[in-house]
Design a protein around this ligand. Structure first.
Ligand SMILES: *Cc1c(COP(=O)(O)O)cnc(C)c1O
Length: 234
């Protein structure tokens, strides 16, 4: 199936989830996660109308960024994976968004690099809502304190919160995790510790995106369902 056909189907399902929850389709964006696929497939995603592309490792993303930087439309890159501090110099300035801000040392490194470049980087604070030991992210109770330390970092614009739901068979089981992230975002904005509102919710993947939309997702990160998965990409 072409990416265009898959996108049509995903779009239909997003519209239905929006209708069920009284939301507008235009308030939900898609990041097509190209980490599993070749440059050629990422190019097909762009030609199918997907402009936001997500990658989770700098080494594997770099050749794609180089190859696609002249395309029309050009991708807007999202860094969605765990970000090592020593990769910040490579990532900041090339990726428009970072979805995995999860610790003070990383915030300091991003801020320093952004200030050198004279830019502000929209970042999502990653929260480990489910509490699984294997997942990155702040504990929910650390969120407000962490946000307070970001308040005077001019190189960082907090775009919202991000989480990864546990991998479960029934997407309904992910619902409480998404709902909790939305509540945390609302608590963060009520606490007013940041200079601006942080409206975004980066949540929902191939197996659970409709539930995420129903719970308020503004950025879905979709890999397998949209662009598929290819063996031996690089
Ligand atoms: C790989 C990945 C995704 C996409 O996963 P799919 O289940 O293939 O949609 C989303 N978010 C993050 C952080 C990822 O690493």
């Amino acid at each position: 199936m072409s990416i265009r056909a898959r996108l049509d189907e995903v779009d239909r399902r997003i519209r239905e989830a929006c209708a069920r929850s009284g939301r507008r389709r235009e308030d939900v964006e898609i990041v097509a996660v190209t980490k599993y696929v070749s440059i050629e497939t990422a190019r097909e995603a762009l030609r199918s109308g997907l402009v936001h592309l997500g990658e989770n490792r700098w080494q594997e993303a770099a050749p794609k960024l180089r190859a696609l930087q002249e395309e029309d439309p050009r991708p807007t890159w999202h860094f969605i994976g765990t970000l090592q501090t020593n990769k910040v110099k490579d990532v900041v300035g090339r990726f428009a968004y970072i979805h995995s801000l999860d610790r003070p040392s990383l915030a300091e490194a991003i801020n320093r690099r952004a200030e050198q470049l004279g830019i502000r980087v929209p970042c999502f604070i990653q929260v480990n809502v489910s509490g699984e030991a294997t997942k990155h992210g702040l504990a929910p109770e650390e969120l407000i304190g962490f946000a307070r330390t970001l308040a005077d970092m001019r190189g960082i614009a907090v775009a919202g919160l991000m989480t990864m739901a546990p991998h479960v068979e029934d997407p309904e089981e992910a619902r409480p995790v998404f709902r909790r992230l939305r509540e945390l975002r609302d608590e963060l904005n009520r606490a007013a510790v940041l200079p601006e509102e942080a409206p975004g919710l980066s949540m929902g993947m191939s197996n659970d995106f409709e539930v995420a939309v129903e719970e308020g997702a503004t950025w879905l990160r979709l890999g397998t369902i949209l662009v598929g998965k290819e063996e031996a990409v690089s």
